[in-house]
Design a protein around this ligand. Structure first.
Ligand code: R5P
Length: 224
């Protein structure tokens, strides 16, 4: 039997599917993120496979799952518009700023989010926070820069831990940064990006979500 949290993830995913069904223009490309919540969304999306021109995907795992559902996946370079992007998050605040990358897909997620017109974030209520940073901030680094980047992060007040053994879809490594006291997420996002050797970081504050679909025991709520 599915856990209570999985049931909430599935409810958020189903509500996102309903949103897509209402707002999606047949023949356009949909952006699809990564993670256990998105997996429920991909499974629901199969129903629309004849209307969807194609999907762009933020990970090899999601690409495989989309293809298994009969949904074509195309290279983002062949696409100029992504009207809707659906993805999960590890944390989301009231301003719809997020922490992402628990599944190491942050860089491709940030790229699709940058292209997308509407970012729909799907979460269960456990991901809602007053202030970002309880979940460690993932930072994707070029492997040879790992130690240097870690030292620079310590100067910013964080405690980086190498996610040893994990290689991203881009061939890079992840540092998970604990104990940041995040008063200004946009500023920290920029500071982390300014460290040489950082590919990107899991703070999605400059470009947050446009819409959050949050499932809790009281039902599904849409936050704009
Ligand atoms: O890298 C992974 C992504 O940012 C996910 O969207 C995030 O980790 C949430 O995943 P889940 O839905 O499995 O909690």
């Amino acid at each position: 039997m599915a856990s209570a949290q999985d049931q909430l993830k599935q409810q958020a995913a189903q509500a996102a599917f309903d949103y897509v069904k209402t707002h999606f223009k047949p023949g356009s490309v949909i952006g699809v993120g990564t993670g256990s919540t998105v997996n429920f969304f991909i499974d629901a999306l199969a129903e629309l496979k004849h209307d969807i021109e194609a999907a762009v995907s933020s990970s090899e795992a999601s690409t495989e799952r989309l293809k298994a559902q009969g949904i074509r996946v195309v290279d983002l370079n062949t696409v100029t518009e992504v009207p809707i992007y659906v993805d999960g998050a590890d944390e989301i605040d009231a301003h719809l700023r997020m922490v992402k990358g628990g599944g190491a897909a942050l860089t491709r997620e940030k790229i699709i989010a940058a292209v997308a017109q509407t970012f729909v974030c799907i979460v269960d209520t456990s991901k809602q926070v007053g202030r970002l940073g309880r979940f460690p901030i993932p930072v994707e680094v070029i492997p040879m820069a790992r130690s240097y980047v870690a030292r620079e992060i310590v100067k910013l007040g964080g405690d980086p831990v190498w996610r040893e053994g994990v290689v991203t879809d881009n061939g890079n490594w992840i540092l998970d940064v604990h104990n940041f006291d995040i008063l200004d997420p946009i500023h920290l996002e920029q500071q982390l990006n300014n460290i040489v050797g950082v590919v990107t970081n899991g703070l999605f504050a400059q470009r947050g979500a446009d819409l959050a679909i949050v499932a809790s025991a009281n039902g599904v709520e849409t936050v704009k």
